[in-house]
Design a protein around this ligand. Structure first.
Ligand SMILES: [Zn+2]
Length: 342
């Protein structure tokens, strides 16, 4: 098969489009012909070596995949060749203490499609049959591929972790990102009011169109001050944070008493300072979260199908142009998701 892989760490120039070994499915796995695969920031961490692929190089990125079933392993039942599917990107053992508690995203053996295994920047990808979710006919492959990581993670962060309620105020960092564009819509669906940040003025209207009430250009304005002004000096109830560094540290200052910061990524840096006085004196909650459950994925797909949530697709590149797609994301030119299609 053809794949867009990398053999060395670095920038977009390291992405090579070439022949690569076909995935070989075990009896409990399914082979999927990839129709669409979304790019994520974790792809960039894998590529530049901040999160080196656990199985080594060469590696194929791509954790958000839709496609059709090409073949099934001998033990797989209930799935048929040609069926439209979306791949749930988290792998769990099903046997450890955390899996047995129903918290599969903190499985001691947790892994991601496209990180711990080769992913969807390819014509074919394999996954356990347990990770295969039917893609409703009404949903395009492209729209489906924008859901399983970015939108699901935002859903789990706001609904399951922060438990956002109607009337609350939510600060979403980076409206232009996949996670940000999803989080704005989900917070609004929960009945919350949203303030968000962008890095360029040409993203302001875009953020408003998703439902943000107040949009702050973080390069020219102080988002903490803006959040305080917007809430009448009170501060926001919830922050969705996925940048790290100063953004993490300052996000905490934007919270009101009993506020919750949900951290779902570290796109700029893995580190962030925390002024502990704010945390204990205001009884703040710092919540870590990753991905969500298959049931939540089905719920989100249902909301997308009903038109209550809209996957925001910036641009679709052919698989062979994966290098240009990666550069587009690294340049932060995207408003929403960037996809590869084949
Ligand atoms: Zn487990």
């Amino acid at each position: 098969m053809k794949a867009a892989l990398f053999r060395e760490h670095g920038g977009a120039e390291k992405i090579l489009y070439e022949d690569y070994r076909d995935p070989v499915v075990s009896p409990a796995e399914v082979l999927v012909r990839v129709k669409a695969c979304a790019l994520n920031h974790v792809d960039m961490l894998l590529l530049d070596g901040r999160f080196p692929p656990p199985e080594g190089l060469p590696h194929v990125n791509g954790c958000e995949v839709t496609g059709t079933i090409e073949a099934t392993g001998a033990e797989v039942t209930g799935l048929r060749r040609g069926q439209r599917v979306v791949v749930f990107p988290g792998f769990a053992c099903g046997r450890c203490e955390y899996c047995l508690r129903g918290e599969r995203t903190v499985c001691v053996c947790y892994g991601y499609l496209g990180a711990h295994k080769d992913g969807g920047y390819a014509e074919l990808v394999k996954a356990p049959a347990a990770n295969i979710v039917p893609l409703p006919e009404a949903l395009a492959f492209e729209a489906g591929a924008a859901v399983p990581l970015a939108m699901l993670t935002s859903w789990h962060a706001l609904v399951a972790q922060a438990k956002v309620r109607p009337g609350q105020t939510v600060l979403v960092q980076a409206a232009g990102s996949g996670v940000g564009s999803a989080a704005i819509q989900i917070a609004r669906l929960c009945g919350a009011r949203v303030i968000t940040t962008v890095g360029a003025d040409d993203k302001i209207e875009f953020a408003k169109s998703l439902g943000a009430e107040h949009v702050v250009n973080y390069r020219t304005q102080d988002f903490v001050e803006e959040a305080k002004k917007w809430t009448g000096k009170r501060g926001v109830d919830v922050v969705v944070e996925h940048i790290g560094g100063d953004t993490f540290e300052r996000s905490v200052y934007a919270l009101t008493r009993l506020g919750k910061l949900v951290t779902i990524g570290s796109h700029d840096t893995h580190w962030g300072r925390l002024d502990l006085r704010h945390v204990y004196s205001k009884n703040l909650r710092i919540l870590g979260t990753n991905l969500g459950s298959i049931l939540e994925l089905q719920t989100v797909l249902d909301h997308v199908m009903q038109g209550r949530l809209r996957p925001v697709i910036d641009r679709v590149f052919p698989l062979k142009d994966a290098r240009a797609a990666v550069q587009h994301v690294l340049d932060r030119k995207n408003k929403g998701k960037v996809l590869l299609a084949s």
